[in-house]
Design a protein around this ligand. Structure first.
Ligand SMILES: O=c1ccn([C@@H]2O[C@H](COP(=O)(O)O)[C@@H](O)[C@H]2O)c(=O)[nH]1
Length: 236
């Protein structure tokens, strides 16, 4: 049996039937499926069971919580009952907020701190009050988030090596902004290929539209997984 690729397929579908179909097609090949805001806001907690189906796939709940500590603590407590492997919060919510989320996440849920969205360019940072370039802001936010109890960090593959050096080997590095060679970047600004991301130290690659936009999402996921195995990147 071949091992599952360290890929979280972003199930950014407009409806549950499509998301569940994509999940059933990709789960023979990837370790994780990611549920984001569109699905969760439309269907609520039931969506997690629907995309899990009968598989043992890990679920990444990408809700990007960002509020005062007490509110985020309550949200983390409630969604931890769904036993997601990861739950995201925005690192810019600050250390107290991250600490509150980490205190409420169950033992099987890692709080993943989103540093600087991969859709932002260096030139966008000033407008949102962050001192750039993005690589510096990501490194600062990652260090703060981990010190506050985050067990995973979300950054672009372009910052993965610097973040790994900053936070050490125990923290799970998750990288969206992954595009196989020749795929359009779409609204992603800081991108790299799957092989580059893993070689830079990423543990889990978030890939959505390059897989789900394919006429055959199962084959697209299998192709990326096989390419990673061929280059040896997946066995880093
Ligand atoms: O910085 C971030 C944080 C989260 N995301 C999420 O990842 C996927 C990427 O999907 P693609 O189709 O591969 O672009 C999407 O669900 C985002 O919400 C991110 O892109 N960047």
């Amino acid at each position: 049996m071949t091992s599952l690729a360290p890929i979280a397929v972003a199930l950014d579908a407009p409806d549950l039937e499509t998301a569940a179909r994509w999940a059933s097609l990709v789960t023979p090949h990837v370790s994780t499926v990611k549920v984001g805001l569109e699905l969760y806001l439309r269907y609520g907690p039931d969506v997690v069971a629907s995309v899990r189906g009968a598989s043992r796939v890990e679920v990444f709940l990408d809700l990007k919580l960002h509020d005062i500590p007490a509110t985020v603590a309550g949200a983390a407590r409630v969604v931890s009952r769904l036993r997601p492997a990861y739950l995201t919060v925005h690192a810019t919510g600050g250390a107290a907020m991250i600490r509150a989320a980490a205190a409420e996440a169950g033992p099987t849920t890692k709080i993943a701190a989103v540093t600087v969205l991969t859709s932002l360019h260096d030139r966008d940072l000033g407008d949102i009050g962050l001192n750039g370039p993005a690589a510096d802001a990501v490194r600062r936010l990652a260090a703060m988030a981990v010190a506050a109890g985050a067990q995973a960090v979300v950054c672009s593959p372009q910052e993965a090596a610097a973040v790994r050096a900053e936070v050490g080997p125990e923290i799970t590095l998750i990288t969206p902004g992954v595009r196989p060679e020749g795929s359009a970047a779409q609204d992603q600004a800081r991108v790299a290929t799957p092989e580059e991301a893993l070689n830079a130290g990423a543990d889990l690659l978030v890939i959505g539209r390059p897989i789900t936009g394919s006429p055959d999402p199962g084959a697209a996921a299998a192709g990326i997984a096989a390419a990673l195995r061929r280059t040896g990147a997946a066995t880093r």
